[in-house]
Every structure is written in structure tokens, then in C-alpha cells.
Design a protein around this ligand. Structure first.
Ligand code: SAH
Length: 674
């Protein structure tokens, strides 16, 4: 992705050069008279950032505009770098580019796209973080219009991908929807389905031997006994094994069985196997909708398929490629859903397989025979075992790679065999997502962009009521807020983990860093391996206070909570003594409350035994909040009764000192010797 930069003035040039430095190899300053440079940028690069007025840019580019899906996105930045305006191709990269530019140059992205303005995730970047791809761009405009108009839109998400909140008009059970958003496998019985072996089942599930042509061209080209696997062996041409062009989006209904030939599979509603976002799946309606009222469907392909491949030596890449197409077609899915090719490690240098992976731009994952031998597969082969040490390559590698991704996996297409190759397809189930998000000490400027992103993409936000109030404006419309009061920590952790285990996108929030004396540990004590966990660090009270005081944590330090709610006092005291002896700077959290008023004084006494009375002590109340109070004193003058629970206290080491009224703990740098 190359970005052309065009500048008309010295200030614009300087800003452009900042981008070139920030994006080495990615951004290029196009030289020459500005009109020519802009035209070159637009016609020869992927994206354009113009340090020019919007009007001038539009005038130059107007004659060149063709199609918003193919034109490069254009962002204009003003002279003083206050704004990066997404001008052209807003949904096709300009909105994102404007955000990227301001991340480097500062200023504000100016986004005028209606759906963004309304807080609605644009449909073509919708769920992009999950790797979901729009299968066919044609319905985008219609579905986008329906989304903004408030018309009912049905969300079909049978695998429960953890999606961001969607506008209120998008529901799993919208009756008579104007549009459908569908993610994952078709929800009605795909016409390609054929009697398949009991997938994922033990070897005994394999049907009896079927006469197959002896293919014996190598270890893993042993004939399979899968009934649907080998076109030539099947007397009846089954839809699945026939290389008919039946992509999943426009399947031919099976003439004999389909009662109404009006609806494709994505238009029906079937009971959702994995539950669909909390509401009961609608009963499958009789497909009586006429063509005129058939809602337009926008389909997203999730990256959930892994194809396992085995081959004889010297297999042609075309054969592997065609076989992969065959199994994908049988699954009723799109090639865009493939995430990797998996095989035996002995095949890691097999040119035909490597080339097939290269053509599809897929990673090749390889496994030793011993690993593959432990997978339970439907069509094991003793001949293969004798040759390579595992009874299955294609099925076992697909399953193994899927399991390695840490997800529940199932085989969706059992082994297919051609002359020199075998292939099978496994599917990963998505998992719910728990983001543990630190909000920082209070100032919204100290909330990280990563935290903002997580808050905006969570369908459910769980937290203490007062913190939720702080971030409510950052949540998208439709976010479910689960708020609770002080003392309900365990319930909060349980709620967050439970929602994530249901497949939802959850943000569990906490002040400062949510892992420091906060919710991360109790939540992760409860969380099983069935969810994805994302930790978003925040600025903790200790670093916030240290920065306000000077450089209090400049050398080794300890954080100690004086709360004896979860830790018995003798243990706390032992830690304070150890820190005192080790001459660590100590930052006390939870220093003092109404019912706990002597501990801080006692702890200070323990430290005082090991460091001079002039040692700096700093304390910050409500750091970075409007009521902030920063106090700097010394050990002998410190009065613990000035401190409350909204305060952190930092006691210096024997090396800490006041320098020009600032708390500094030197690290003993000797620059001259360095
Ligand atoms: N997770 C939080 C800490 C929670 S424990 C963090 O990383 O900062 C609660 C204690 O943190 C309070 O008793 C107080 O000692 C300290 N604290 C949290 N925010 C603070 C702030 N803005 N100013 C001063 N102290 C704070």
C-alpha cells in the first residue's frame, strides 16, 4: 500500500516529511508542480494525502474521478495540521487514513460519512478486526441505506462471532427485514450437502469399504473410503463432488427437494446452532417470500476454514489447487474463508503444495506425523500409517491446525482424493472476547486510543457505575452496559466472563490499569480457555502520581496496597519491611480509609527506620482529575491523616531527593562513562 503525499507550501512539505519518516517505505512525497503532482498521486498510488485545501484538491481531481471502489482514497490536511479531512473514498480507506494521519501529525480526523456520523460502523469495515470479509460488495449500498434509514435488518450470526454493537434496527429476529446481514456458513441446508461421514467422529463411523480405483501414487494418495470423496467412484453424480459452479451465494436449489425455488440459503432462517446473540432463533418461516420482497443480503465470510492437504511426491500445483476448490465448494463456503493450509512436515518442501499456498496467499502449517497420528479422524488409512507414520494427513492436519488456533474445531468436509492428492476441510468456531480495559487515572487524554477502540467495539461493557459514567460517550449506540457498585467485584468479574463465554464482545473496565489491584485477576481466575482475552493496559495511579511529582519512580520501586481486605496485615507488614530493607521507593495504594487509619503511619515508621528523615514523600489525591491535589513533603514532616483512599503515597528511597522542588529518584546515570 503506497501513499502519495502532495504538498504546496513549506509547512505542508514539513508535515509530509514527518509522514515519510513515520511511515518509511510506505509514503512518498510526489514532487513537481502541485496540480501535476496531485494527478500523478491519484493515478499511480494506492492512497493520497494532500496538504492542500479541500476545494483545490477536488477541482484538480474532479475530471479523474471514476469509481469510489477503485479510486484511491484522498485525505486533505490543512497547513496547521489541525484537521485531516477524509474527502474521497471515505468508506474505502480515507476515513481510516485520516485517523492514521492524525495519529502521526496530531489534529482531528474529519469524518463526514453518514454512518460514521451516526455512530454506525460502516458496513465495509464492519467487523474487520475479526477478519470478516464482505463476500460481495454489490449489496453494500442497499444494506447501508437500510441501516441508516432504520428499516428492520436481520442479523444472522449462527456461530456467534463477537460483534460490535449494532444499531437498534439490526436484530437477530427482525420480521420482514429490508435487508439481512449474514456471517458465516449458510443457515439453511446447503444444496451441496451430501451424506457425509459423521464428522469429527471416531474412526468407527467410517462407512464400509467402497470400491475405489487404486490410486497408489504415494503415501497419502491412498483411496479414501469416504462416500462423497471421489467423483469417479460414485455412480450417481452427487452435487457436492461435481465441479459445478455453485458458489454458496447463488446456489441452485435441488429441484426435487426445494418447495419454493425463490430463496437462496442465506435468505432463510434456520435454528442457529451456536445461539445467535442472545435471542432465541426465530422459527424457520415457510419460505413464501416472493422475489420482490426478498431482502437483500450482505454476506461476510469469516476466516474460519483450514484445508488439510496430503500428496504424493511431485504433485502438480494445479491438482492441489483444484482439489482445494472442490472441498471448499462442498462446504458451501467461499475461498475467502480459508485461513491456512496444513500438512505433514515431510511435505513442507513439496513444490505443488507450496505453490498452491502461494497462489492463495495462505500460510502453510506443517506437523510431524506423531502429532497427526493422535487426531481422531473419520477416514483413517492403515496404508498411509505404514507409509508416513500417521493414519491421516489431510483430515488430521486440518483438525490439528484448527486446534492449534485455540478454538473448538470440527471437520466439515472429510477427505477427498484425486490422483496425487488428498484434502479435507476443518472449521474453527469463533470465541467470545473479553477485553480488560484500563481507563487511566481520570483525565480523558490519558485514556489510550487502544482503550477507546475496545470500548467502541464492545457489545457489552461491564464496570463500576462511576467509571461507566466516565466512558459512556465513547460507547456506540446499542452497547449494553452492565454497571454495579463498589463491593460487587466478584459479580462484575463473573458477569464479564459469562458474557464472553456466551460469545459476546465484552469490555471489563477499571480505572488506572485494570490489572493493578483491579478486575483483571479475579476475572481471569474464573475465565476458561473458551474465550479470547485481550488486555489493554492503562496508566496506573503510581505512574500518574510519579509524573506529577517529578521522577519519583526513577529507580527500583515497589507497589504495596495497604488494604487488609484481601491480605492479612502481617503479610503487608512483612512486605513493607522487606521494601524498607531493600531501599526501594514505595508507592502505597489504598493507603488509608476511615476504618483503617493507623496502617499508613505504621508503614511510614518502618520505612523511616531505613532512610533519612529528609527523604521525600509525595502524595497525590485524585491524580489527573479536576480535584487533583499534589503534595510534596519529607518523611519527618509527613502527616498520614492528610491522606485518604483517593490518594497514592510515594516514599522515596535513601537516594531520592528534592531537586528544584521536584521529587527525583536518580538512577545514577553517568553519561560521560556510558
Ligand atoms: N487499578 C487502579 C488501582 C485500583 S486500587 C490503578 O491502576 O490505578 C485503588 C487505589 O488506587 C486508590 O485507593 C488509590 O490509592 C489509587 N488510585 C487510583 N486512582 C487514583 C487517582 N486518580 N489518584 C490517586 N490515587 C488513585
Amino acid at each position: 500500500m503506497t501513499i502519495a503525499l502532495v504538498a504546496a507550501t513549506a509547512r505542508g512539505r514539513a508535515a509530509a516529511e514527518d509522514l515519510v519518516r513515520a511511515w518509511p517505505g510506505r509514503a512518498t512525497l510526489v514532487e513537481g508542480p502541485v496540480g501535476d503532482a496531485l494527478r500523478t498521486a491519484f493515478t499511480s498510488y494506492d492512497q493520497v494525502v494532500a496538504f492542500l485545501a479541500v476545494g483545490a484538491t477536488v477541482r484538480v481531481l474532479a475530471p479523474l474521478l471514476a469509481d469510489k471502489t477503485t479510486d484511491p482514497p484522498v485525505v486533505c490536511v490543512d497547513e496547521s495540521r489541525r484537521y485531516a479531512v477524509a474527502v474521497l473514498g471515505t468508506h474505502h480507506g480515507a476515513d481510516a487514513l485520516a485517523h492514521e494521519v492524525t495519529a502521526v501529525l496530531g489534529g482531528e480526523p474529519v469524518i463526514t460519512t453518514a454512518s460514521d456520523a451516526a455512530g454506525v460502523p460502516p458496513l465495509d469495515s464492519f467487523a474487520a478486526h475479526l477478519g470478516l470479509r464482505v463476500a460481495d460488495r454489490a449489496p453494500l449500498a442497499q444494506v447501508g441505506a437500510a441501516l441508516l434509514s432504520g428499516a428492520p435488518i436481520r442479523l444472522e450470526n449462527p456461530d456467534a462471532w463477537p460483534l460490535p454493537p449494532l444499531p437498534a434496527n439490526v436484530t437477530p429476529d427482525a420480521p420482514n427485514p429490508a435487508a439481512i446481514i449474514h456471517i458465516g456458513p449458510p443457515t439453511t441446508t446447503a444444496p451441496t450437502s451430501t451424506p457425509e461421514p459423521a464428522l469429527g467422529a471416531a474412526p468407527e463411523a467410517t462407512p464400509g469399504p467402497t470400491p475405489e480405483p487404486a490410486l497408489g501414487h504415494g503415501p497419502d494418495s491412498t483411496p479414501s473410503s469416504t462416500p462423497s470423496s471421489t467423483p469417479s467412484s460414485t455412480p450417481e453424480p452427487t452435487p457436492s463432488s461435481t465441479p459445478e459452479p455453485t458458489p454458496s451465494s447463488t446456489p441452485e436449489p435441488t429441484p426435487s427437494s426445494a418447495p419454493e425455488p425463490t430463496l437462496g440459503p442465506v435468505h432463510g432462517t434456520a435454528p442457529a446452532p451456536g445461539g445467535s446473540r442472545g435471542s432465541a432463533p426465530a422459527p424457520a418461516p415457510a419460505p413464501q417470500v416472493s422475489r420482490e420482497t426478498t431482502p437483500v443480503t450482505l454476506r461476510y465470510d469469516p476466516p474460519d476454514l483450514i484445508v488439510g492437504v496430503g500428496s504424493a511426491r511431485g504433485v502438480p500445483a494445479d491438482e492441489v489447487d483444484a482439489l482445494i476448490d472442490t472441498v471448499i465448494q462442498e462446504s458451501g463456503r467461499a475461498p475467502a474463508s480459508l485461513r491456512a493450509i496444513a500438512t505433514l512436515d515431510l511435505k513442507s518442501d513439496e513444490p505443488g503444495i507450496l505453490e498452491a499456498a502461494r497462489r492463495r496467499d495462505l500460510p502453510l502449517l506443517t506437523y510431524p506425523a506423531a502429532d497427526l497420528a493422535t487426531e481422531q479422524v473419520p477416514t483413517p488409512s492403515e496404508t498411509v500409517r505404514a507409509a508416513v507414520g500417521t493414519p491421516s494427513v489431510a483430515e488430521a492436519a486440518a483438525l490439528r491446525a484448527a486446534r492449534d488456533a485455540g478454538r473448538a474445531a470440527e471437520l466439515v468436509v472429510a477427505k477427498h482424493t484425486t490422483r496425487n492428492a488428498t484434502a479435507a476441510l476443518a472449521r474453527l468456531r469463533p470465541r467470545g472476547r473479553l477485553a480488560i480495559v484500563g481507563l487511566g487515572p481520570g483525565d480523558p487524554d490519558l485514556l489510550t486510543p487502544a482503550a477507546r477502540t475496545e470500548l467502541a467495539r464492545a457489545s457489552d461493557v461491564v464496570g463500576l457505575d462511576q467509571y461507566l459514567d466516565q466512558v459512556r460517550a465513547l460507547l456506540r449506540a446499542g452497547t449494553t452496559v452492565h454497571s454495579s457498585g463498589l463491593g460487587q467485584e466478584e459479580e462484575r468479574a463473573r458477569t464479564a466472563v459469562h458474557l464472553a463465554a456466551e460469545g459476546r464482545a465484552v469490555a471489563l473496565i477499571g480505572s488506572g490499569d485494570a490489572g493493578v489491584y483491579a478486575m483483571a485477576a479475579p476475572a481471569l481466575e474464573m475465565a476458561g480457555p473458551d474465550i479470547d482475552v485481550v488486555g489493554v493496559p492503562g496508566i496506573t495511579a503510581a505512574t500518574a502520581a510519579s509524573g506529577l511529582l517529578g521522577a519519583a519512580l526513577g529507580h527500583d520501586h515497589a507497589l504495596i496496597s495497604l488494604s487488609d481486605l484481601h491480605t492479612p496485615w502481617p503479610a503487608i507488614e512483612r512486605r513493607v519491611r522487606a521494601a524498607a530493607e531493600a531501599d526501594l521507593v514505595v508507592c502505597f495504594y489504598n493507603p488509608r480509609s476511615r476504618g483503617r487509619d493507623w496502617q499508613l503511619g505504621h508503614a511510614i515508621g518502618l520505612l523511616g527506620a531505613h532512610r533519612p528523615p529528609t527523604t521525600p514523600v509525595g502524595y497525590v489525591r485524585e491524580a489527573t482529575r479536576p480535584e487533583q491535589q499534589v503534595t510534596l513533603t519529607t518523611l519527618d514532616a509527613f502527616d498520614p491523616s492528610e491522606v485518604d483512599m483517593r490518594t497514592v503515597v510515594i516514599v522515596g528511597s535513601s537516594q531520592s531527593r528534592l531537586v528544584s522542588g521536584r521529587f527525583v529518584t536518580p538512577r545514577g546515570y553517568r553519561w560521560a562513562d556510558a
